[in-house]
Design a protein around this ligand. Structure first.
Ligand code: HAM
Length: 426
């Protein structure tokens, strides 16, 4: 029978990598805490309607990329392509409007999009998602951008570019949409097939097209800033001023429209030159009408999501630190069969005292156990035989220097802690 491999676009995160992911999540957790965000765990699948109404029917995500199926009760279910719609659903469903506002929540987990897999683009990928719900103030937008920047700073990511824009609101967008449609309609012949279809349904998305010919047309497209209403303009000015106050540099890009339809006012992305064409490590913005779009009351909100797979790619390329490499402190070795029971107890005692301890589980000879100790990269071998058992001692061999000492069992933990701390600090 043929071997079964993982489906296209998904990947396994194996031990050689998973400890690095754990470091990234630890940093995220700490950062969230310092900004007053609480972690939530939301379902991996939702009613399809949540996304079609929330993200927008004419977006690529909803039109082409969702994993949608009927469950056994004939309900249309979709694996979440993103977390924002679920966050807002949870806020509404659990009546969080009655809590002190804004409600600041974050989550991390896999998202699913049926996209063409390529470098930095997967069909199952991880996001960390931060949302500030119930906050209409532009300072909430600034805080959101500040969290993403602080997260990347703590992870050691460099050479990032923040790109921001305002996409207006239902008040001023229709006018902008009209101006765009007129502009693009008179240049139909220069637009690609996809953009011709977008012209009627979602002309703003043309601004985002990566095709050479479309980019040339969008260069001189009407400027969104000329169409913003007073409120959107003031909001955007305060966001920019807040970023200036924090010393955050950013580039304005009137063509940044993002791939999801719920955005109002602020939209932003953080780009890395290290990622090739899939260069966004993070994207987000304000979505003041999303709650209503999914059937709730008015809840202003702003948030971002960062791609964890991409963060790790950049960290690897920039040789960022992932914290201490996991290592084995002690490998316990039984000199004879009679000592195996004592080795089991020794290892148990060391682990209880926060020492990373391993032992042979397969009845190996003493020589093979010593070999296993060095192949596991253990710092010390703790050897137990007849003499040690009789004297209540352990022979500790430093595997780096081959130095060997017999120590009373009673002082072993303290001695090991001393040695391990000085090695780690050294
Ligand atoms: P998004 O721009 O679609 O926004 O995704 C956010 C980030 O997820 C991207 O910048 C990228 O790093 C990562 N990402 C997206 N698709 C893939 C993929 N196929 N493979 C690997 N990484 C990927 C959102 O999802 C919004 N919900 C963000 C948001 C939160 N807006 C407001 N609040």
């Amino acid at each position: 029978m043929a071997e079964i491999s993982a489906p296209k676009g998904v990947r396994d995160i194996l031990p050689g990598e998973s400890w690095k992911w754990a470091h990234v999540f630890r940093v995220m957790q700490e950062t969230a805490r310092h900004f007053g965000y609480s972690e939530v765990h939301l379902p991996l699948f939702e009613h399809t309607e949540l996304f079609s109404r929330g993200i927008g029917d004419t977006t690529d995500v909803v039109e082409k990329e969702m994993y949608t199926f009927l469950d056994k009760g004939d309900r249309s279910i979709t694996l979440r392509p993103e977390a924002t719609a679920s966050m807002v659903r949870a806020y509404l469903e659990h009546r969080m409007g009655t809590l002190p506002q804004p409600v600041k929540m974050w989550c991390a987990g896999p998202m699913f999009r049926y996209e063409r897999p390529q470098k930095g683009r997967y069909r199952q990928f991880w996001q960390v998602d931060f949302e500030s719900l119930g906050a209409a103030s532009p300072y909430a937008d600034v805080e959101i951008i500040a969290i993403s920047l602080e997260l990347f700073r703590r992870l050691g990511l460099g050479r990032l570019e923040v790109v921001i824009n305002s996409v207006g609101c239902p008040e001023c967008r229709p006018e902008y949409r009209k101006r765009l449609t007129e502009y693009f309609a008179s240049r139909r012949d220069q637009l690609c097939e996809t953009c011709l279809a977008r012209l009627e349904r979602n002309p703003l998305r043309i601004l985002d097209c990566k095709q050479e010919s479309c980019r040339a047309v969008t260069e001189a497209a009407p400027d969104v800033y000329d169409s913003l209403c007073g409120e959107c303009r003031d909001h955007f000015d305060t966001v920019k001023d807040g970023l200036d106050a924090l010393g955050a540099s950013y580039r304005l890009d009137k063509r940044l429209v993002r791939g999801l339809d719920y955005y109002t006012k602020t939209a932003y992305e953080i780009l890395s030159g290290e990622l090739g064409s899939q260069n966004a490590v993070c994207g987000g913005g304000r979505y003041d009408n999303l709650a209503e779009a999914i059937g709730g009351h008015h809840v202003p909100g702003v948030g971002f999501a960062a791609g964890v797979d991409r963060i790790l790619m950049v960290m690897e390329q920039q040789e960022c630190s992932f914290g201490p490499v996991p290592s084995v402190d002690v490998f316990a070795v039984a000199l004879d069969d009679a000592s195996r029971r004592n080795v089991l107890q020794l290892v148990n005692m060391l682990r209880r005292n926060s020492i990373v301890a391993e032992m042979d589980l397969g009845g190996k000879s003493m020589k093979a156990q010593m070999k296993a100790a060095s192949s596991r990269g253990a710092r010390f071998a703790c050897i137990l035989g007849e003499n040690e058992r009789a004297g209540g001692t352990v022979t500790v061999k430093d595997l780096a220097t081959a130095e060997q000492r017999e120590l009373p069992l009673s002082s072993l933990v303290a001695e090991l802690h001393n040695k391990l701390t000085s090695t780690r600090e050294g």
